[in-house]
Design a protein around this ligand. Sequence first.
Ligand SMILES: [Zn+2]
Length: 272
Amino acid sequence: MITLVRRVITVCALGAALAACGTAQAPQAPRPAPSAAPSRPPTLAPGPAGLTPVFKNGSRTHGKTVALTFDADMTADQGARAAAGERFDNPGLISALRALKVPSTVFMTGRWAEEYPAQARSIGRDPLFEVANHSYSHYAFTDDCYGLPTVSGDRMRTDVERAYAAFRKAGVPDPMPYFRFPGGCYDRRALKALTPTGVTAVQWDVVSGDAFATDADAVAREVLDGVRPGSVVVMHCTRSAAPTTERAVRTVVPELRRQGYRFVKVSELIGS
Ligand SMILES: [Zn+2]
């Protein structure tokens, strides 16, 4: 127990960049926010050997909830492309989510927050959304991941903490202690490297296929075919790389509501 307490204190000290740090319980058990600290988001307890826990989807038996998640991708080396006019943001998508009143989770890279600080702040201050971490650089945390450049093992933790620093600088008040690996690529080494940050890694069970898609209806069908109670859907908030996402969302949202689904943020799925 003493070891456990000491470990938790260490996590809190090292995880100072995060909005919250966790306390340990049984491995993988959901950890609801204590009522005394309502702003502390739920996280999963560390996995075996203290590894960063991984969340993929919520309960299949706690009602028809679904979390739409949007990766705001921008890679550390894409500054020149943004300067040349390429749009890595998607204000129309964010407006649509607001108009449709869809609570959602935005996994933002630190580089994106630097490029679009006003949008990062606006999303971060809107209770409809929660901002989570998608690394600073959008470099891969494993060797072979969709051709992405890689972060070395000793830089992984720094890359995550640098994203939180970028969120703070942009004015995002309470980024969540959730981390999505670029490309979804991770291994034991990456999970171990991130343990001191206290994050819960968040994957997904439904791939929308919106990246580089040109057919919004096909994307909508993928989502509608894949969603089950507790699902986490991965989509993108990056116009240049996912130009059909807004249109797909405008199809998917009313249809899932018609089927009885309620849209929630990832934090609600983790906490229930
Ligand atoms: Zn990404």
